[in-house]
Ligand binder design. Structure first.
Ligand code: KIV
Ligand code: NA
Length: 260
């Protein structure tokens, strides 16, 4: 498949073909995302913090760590459009800091676009990045505290955020953890592709964390992982590994005595 472009993402939306997005954090997961022609977008999500680096929160992830991982993902990415999250704090101090940090992600991290989480409070950042030529994916929603009273106030805020971010130039937006009715409504109201996670079946596309697709943390996978480690260690302890013929290097005895 040819390299996916923003234009193609808009075409997919227009033809009601669901857009597919998967996160990747390193070279092997990037290769996995590139192995099926059905993957449209690879996202180096800031879920990197918890999924790969063992942090308790995404707020602990630094820009340098994101750049390091994005660069590895870029080396493994073929046709998918490549996006990276701007880490917490890297676009909150000023618009010029946001530009400098996004430029690092593009030049050093080698991604094609950046994603920023937030609503109307970050439209100036979205606008400026778009102006300087860095495509921006917005990310709205979250906080699935689904009491009726909560969502009455919340739905309108998320909708207005989405409209403002589109207006500021975002080329697409992730909608996370909102009632499916809102996911559908925003998708009808904006012209750019919407990519949902916990936002129902009516968005222009869906995104999922790589490890959740692989079931990395499922009981079955963990048992498989543990038994492979167990088998290796047992073989070492019992001297079944390495086998002297098939798993070792050898040289002629006489040669050995002459040289060693
Ligand atoms: O960081 C991430 O993985 C994300 C997706 C869940 C959208 O932002
Ligand atoms: Na994220």
């Amino acid at each position: 498949r040819k390299k996916v472009t923003i234009q193609e993402l808009h075409t997919l939306r227009q033809s009601s073909t669901p857009i597919t997005m998967i996160t990747a954090y390193d070279y092997p997961s990037a290769l996995a995302c590139s192995s099926s022609s059905l993957v449209d977008i690879t996202l180096v999500g800031d879920s990197l913090a918890q999924v790969c680096l063992g942090y308790a929160s995404t707020t602990q992830l630094t820009l340098s760590e994101m750049v390091h991982h994005a660069r590895a993902v870029a080396r493994g990415t073929k046709h998918p459009f490549l996006v990276a999250d701007m880490p917490y704090g890297s676009y909150h101090t000023s618009v010029s800091d946001a530009v400098a940090n996004a430029v690092r992600l593009v030049q050093e991290g080698r991604v094609e676009a950046v994603k920023v989480e937030g609503g109307r409070e970050i439209v100036d950042v979205v606008q400026r990045l778009t102006e300087v030529g860095i495509p921006v994916m917005a990310h709205v929603g979250l906080l699935p505290q689904d009491t009726a009273a909560f969502w009455r106030g919340r739905c309108q805020k998320v909708l207005y955020d989405a409209l403002a971010l589109e207006d500021a130039g975002a080329f697409a937006m992730v909608i996370e953890a909102v009632p499916q009715e809102l996911g559908q409504f925003i998708t009808q109201k904006v012209k750019i592709p919407t990519i949902g996670i916990g936002a129902g079946p009516h968005t222009s596309g869906q995104v999922l964390v790589y490890d959740d697709i692989m079931g990395t943390w499922s009981a079955t996978k963990q048992i498989l992982r543990d038994s492979a480690i167990e088998a290796y260690c047992s073989a070492v302890r019992s001297r079944d590994f390495p086998h002297k013929d098939s798993e070792s290097y050898s040289m002629d005895r006489k040669e050995f005595e002459r040289f060693c």
